[in-house]
Design a binder for this molecule. Structure first.
Ligand code: 4NP
Length: 151
């Protein structure tokens, strides 16, 4: 069982979207027994809250399930338990590297799995309000990530 943790700043917009898109893909590929997926934020500012309305609306428009989600802050324990820590932008990446131990070998960036789209980071829809753009990057990156992990 491999544990994948998606990380953004607030854990209400991008990383929950990645969590549920990835869970949906894993389910469609009948690979549930091999992967555990979760998400967390570096800020902890929205701890205990549900996901952002924009993420929820996008997932629901695609019939992607998103049950029992509560925003949580990334911890050293979650870092230790995870096999892959996948960050949404450079700031998340650098924060995780700075604040947590023994993460170097499992820390990745989401956009590395969608190089053809030409993004260096997943733009934050909290500011851009563009959840379609976020989904475009996250959905392709999740597909490529799963293909990478299946090997
Ligand atoms: P996320 O977006 O990191 O994709 O969940 C944000 C959510 C909340 C805030 C910033 C980004 N905030 O400043 O509260």
């Amino acid at each position: 069982m491999k544990k994948i943790t998606f990380i953004c700043l607030g854990n209400i917009c991008r990383s929950p979207m990645a969590e549920f898109v990835m869970k949906d893909l894993i389910k469609k590929n009948k690979l549930e027994e091999f992967f555990f997926v979760t998400s967390a934020g570096t800020s902890g500012e929205h701890d205990g809250e549900g996901m952002h309305f924009g993420t929820k609306t996008k997932l629901e428009s695609l019939n992607i399930k998103h049950q029992n989600f509560k925003s949580k802050k990334l911890t050293q324990k979650l870092c230790n338990e995870s096999d892959f820590l996948i960050t949404m932008d450079n700031s998340n990446f650098n924060n995780v590297l700075k604040k947590f131990n023994n993460v170097e070998n499992k820390l990745l960036k989401m956009t590395d799995f969608a190089p053809d789209l030409g993004y260096n980071e997943v733009p934050d829809p909290w500011y851009s309000k563009n959840f379609d753009e976020t989904y475009k990057i996250i959905s392709l990156a999740c597909e490529n990530l799963l293909n990478f992990l299946k090997k």
